[in-house]
Ligand binder design. Structure first.
Ligand SMILES: Cc1cc2nc3c(=O)[nH]c(=O)nc-3n(C[C@H](O)[C@H](O)[C@H](O)COP(=O)(O)OP(=O)(O)OC[C@H]3O[C@@H](n4cnc5c(N)ncnc54)[C@H](O)[C@@H]3O)c2cc1C
Length: 396
C-alpha cells in the first residue's frame, strides 16, 4: 500500500513514533505497569488508558490496555496474542459510535492506525483501498478532489474507514455498502480473510459484521469501487433543494455536493466542531425504526399523512427524530448533565461532566416515552463497550 504522505494522518501520533514502538516488541518490556489480571503483551501498548477522550461522547472509564497496531501484520499479531491469552478485546476507531461504560473496559482495546490509501484502475472504475485508521472524511475529501464519484454524499461523517462497513454508514440517500468492493479482515486468533462487498449483507445500518460475523473480526482495510468523472448522486430531497437540482437539469459537481452536505450537516450539529455546544454525542442515538404497515397506518390515522415515512424492507421506516418530538421532547431538552442536541432531537449529548449512566438514563426515558405515546420501540444505534451486554439487552 502506498503511503500518502501528508494527506491523511489526522490528529494521531506521527507514524515514526508509532513504528518506533513496534520495533521493540520482541524486547522484554518492564513488568511494573501491567494490571494483575492481564499477561504481559509482546507489543507496544499502554495500560490504564482513559477511553472517554477517545470517544466523541466523552463518557466512560479506562481500558486496562490499549494497542495501536499499524498494518495488518501488527493487527493480526495483537489479535492472536489476545485470543491465545484469553484477554477480552474490543476495537475502536474514531470512537464516534460507541458508549463506554463508567467501569471502562477490562481488557485490550485495539485502535488500528493504518492511515495509508492507494488507488488502482479497474476498467472504467477506480479501486480506492484505505487502511482502517484513515479518517473517513479525509478519504471522502480525497475522492472528491480526484473526481471519483460515489461517496460525496457521505461527506462529514466522523470516524475511521475500518468502522464504515460495520454499520454500513449512510447519509443523504447513500450508503457505503453501495460502493464497497472488498473488505480485508483479521479473524479471531489472527487469521486473514478478504470478503467481497456483496458478501457483507449490507442493509440499513446493518451488515454481517454486526450479525453472524460479530465474532471478533477486525477490519484492516476497505476497498471502494468508485467512478472517475461520475456525476454526483442526488437522491435526497433536502440535498437536491440545497443544490438547486432540477429534474432533467445538470448534475452538480462532486465538490458542490460535498460542500452542500457538510453545510446541511453543520446546521444540525452533525459534523464535529470543537466550539459546538452539541459536539459531545455519538450522532444519532436511535436508528429510524422499521415498523409493520398496520402500525404506520395507525400513526397516519392519528397524525395525518404528512408524517415522515418511507417504504423499507420489512415494513415502513419512520423518522426516529419525528417520533421523539411527537412524544414530547424538544430540541435542547436538558436532563442534568445530558440532554438532546439543540439542533437535532436524535442526538443525545453530554452537556459536560456526564457519565455513561446519565446517557443511558436519558435514553431509557426517551425510549419508554416514545413507546408509551406512539407504540414504537426505538433501537439504539451506538455500540456499548464494557457493559457486558449489547445495546438491545441494556434497554430491555
Ligand atoms: C456528529 C456525528 C454524526 C454522525 N453522522 C452519521 C451519519 O450521518 N451516518 C452514519 O452512518 N453514522 C453517523 N455517525 C456515527 C459514526 O460516525 C459512524 O458509525 C462511524 O462509522 C463510526 O466510526 P468510528 O471509527 O468512530 O467507530 P467507533 O465508534 O470507534 O466504533 C463503532 C463500532 O465499529 C467497530 N469498529 C471500529 N473500527 C473497527 C475495525 N477496524 N474493525 C472492526 N470493527 C470496528 C467498533 O468495535 C464499534 O462496534 C455520526 C456520529 C457523530 C458523532
Amino acid at each position: 500500500m502506498r503511503d500518502t504522505g501528508g494527506t491523511a494522518p489526522g490528529p494521531r501520533a506521527p507514524l515514526d513514533a508509532r513504528r518506533q514502538g513496534w520495533q521493540d516488541w520482541r524486547v522484554p518490556l518492564p513488568l511494573a505497569p501491567f494490571p494483575q489480571m492481564l499477561p504481559s503483551a509482546p507489543f507496544d501498548h499502554r495500560t490504564d488508558v482513559a477511553l472517554a477522550p477517545l470517544t466523541t461522547l466523552d463518557v466512560g472509564g479506562a481500558a486496562s490496555m490499549l494497542a495501536e497496531p499499524f498494518d495488518e501484520d501488527e493487527l493480526a499479531h495483537v489479535v492472536r496474542w489476545a485470543d491465545d491469552s484469553g484477554v477480552p478485546r474490543v476495537v475502536i476507531g474514531g470512537g464516534s459510535n460507541v458508549v463506554v461504560s463508567d467501569d471502562g473496559f477490562d481488557g485490550l482495546v485495539i485502535r488500528p492506525t493504518d492511515y495509508r490509501f492507494e488507488v488502482e484502475r479497474a476498467g472504467a472504475d477506480v479501486l480506492v483501498t484505505a487502511g482502517a485508521g484513515v479518517e473517513w472524511d479525509e478519504l471522502v475529501a480525497f475522492t472528491v478532489a480526484e473526481g471519483f464519484g460515489g461517496v460525496e454524499c457521505l461527506s462529514g461523517i466522523p470516524g475511521c474507514v475500518g468502522a464504515a462497513p460495520i454499520q454500513n454508514i449512510g447519509a443523504y440517500g447513500r450508503e457505503v455498502g453501495e460502493v464497497v468492493d472488498a473488505v480485508r479482515v483479521v479473524l479471531p486468533r489472527g487469521g486473514r480473510q478478504q470478503v467481497r462487498g456483496d458478501e457483507c449483507g449490507f442493509s440499513y445500518r446493518q451488515s454481517r459484521f454486526k450479525q453472524d460475523w460479530a465474532d471478533g473480526r477486525v477490519v484492516s482495510s476497505v476497498t471502494l469501487r468508485l467512478r472517475p468523472g461520475a456525476p454526483a448522486t442526488i437522491r435526497y430531497p433536502e440535498l437536491a433543494a440545497a443544490l438547486g437540482v432540477r429534474e432533467g437539469g445538470p448534475a452538480p459537481t462532486l465538490a458542490a455536493t460535498r460542500d452542500a452536505v457538510i453545510a446541511i450537516r453543520a446546521r444540525k450539529s452533525m459534523v464535529l466542531a470543537p466550539e459546538d455546544p452539541n459536539r459531545r454525542s455519538c450522532g444519532s442515538f436511535f436508528v429510524n425504526p422499521v415498523v409493520a404497515p398496520e402500525l404506520a397506518g395507525d400513526l397516519v390515522g392519528r397524525f395525518g399523512t404528512d408524517i415522515p415515512r418511507w417504504d423499507a424492507a420489512g415494513g415502513v421506516k419512520l423518522s426516529a427524530a419525528w417520533l421523539i418530538e411527537r412524544a414530547g421532547f424538544e430540541r435542547g431538552f436538558a436532563f442534568g448533565r445530558v440532554g438532546l442536541s439543540s439542533r437535532h432531537t436524535l442526538a443525545l449529548i453530554n452537556r459536560g461532566g456526564a457519565r455513561a449512566a446519565d446517557v443511558l438514563g436519558l435514553a431509557r426515558i426517551v425510549r419508554s416515552r416514545v413507546f408509551a405515546e406512539l407504540g414504537v420501540t426505538l433501537r439504539p444505534e451506538p455500540v456499548f463497550i464494557g457493559f457486558g451486554r449489547t445495546g438491545e439487552e441494556l434497554f430491555q
